[in-house]
Design a binder for this molecule. Structure first.
Ligand SMILES: [Zn+2]
Length: 184
């Protein structure tokens, strides 16, 4: 695949506002959420209310669960379908004509609905292009980092072969040795 679109990279950055390894959450407070959206150049009105922040976190949670299913190579769970529908129902999308003449999707509504819809629009566009399935969550328990699988056959499972994949291989090897009764 060609390099992923900036919009899809932004979606992955949104997934990674939850950093499991560091134990931080950039959607942990209204002020933090406003900072993240501002840093991404996404238009938003001040700080989200508690309800709006909860919706942003639910959107992230659903998208992360779908990315986990991508990593497993499985279809979404029934519960994820239900939760996606509930989130998407509140985020109307609209079409927009770009300067290049291309008609694309963007967030509809206003305020935080528009800002969150912008991210969902990027997911929809990536899905139409066949690239959404490449967005995955690293399966290492202490990592769970979102990444875009750029491999040709979409077979990559770990966020970075140099760290998480190898670390998991070492762990599996050690477990096998233990089970085999080896020492050291
Ligand atoms: Zn990882």
């Amino acid at each position: 695949m060609p390099d992923s679109s900036p919009a899809l990279a932004q979606v992955v950055a949104f997934l990674n506002t939850l950093d499991v390894e560091a134990g931080t959450d950039e959607l942990g407070s209204p002020a933090a959420a406003a900072r993240w959206f501002a840093g991404q150049g996404l238009r938003h009105p001040g700080q989200p209310s508690a309800g709006q922040l909860a919706q942003l976190r639910e959107l992230r949670s659903v998208l992360r669960d779908l990315a986990v299913a991508h990593d497993l190579g499985e279809p979404p769970a029934a519960d994820d379908v239900r939760r996606y529908d509930a989130v998407a129902h509140r985020l109307p999308l609209r079409t927009a004509l770009g300067a290049d003449g291309r008609v694309g999707l963007t967030g509809g509504g206003d305020g935080w609905t528009e800002a969150a819809g912008h991210l969902l629009a990027a997911v929809a566009e990536a899905s139409l292009a066949g690239d959404w399935v490449r967005v995955k969550i690293c399966p290492a328990d202490d990592c769970q980092w979102g990444f875009i699988d750029q491999s040709r056959n979409q077979s990559r499972r770990w966020c970075a072969m140099g760290s998480c994949g190898n670390r998991e291989k070492v762990r599996t090897y050690r477990t096998r040795r233990r089970e085999a009764g080896a020492t050291g």
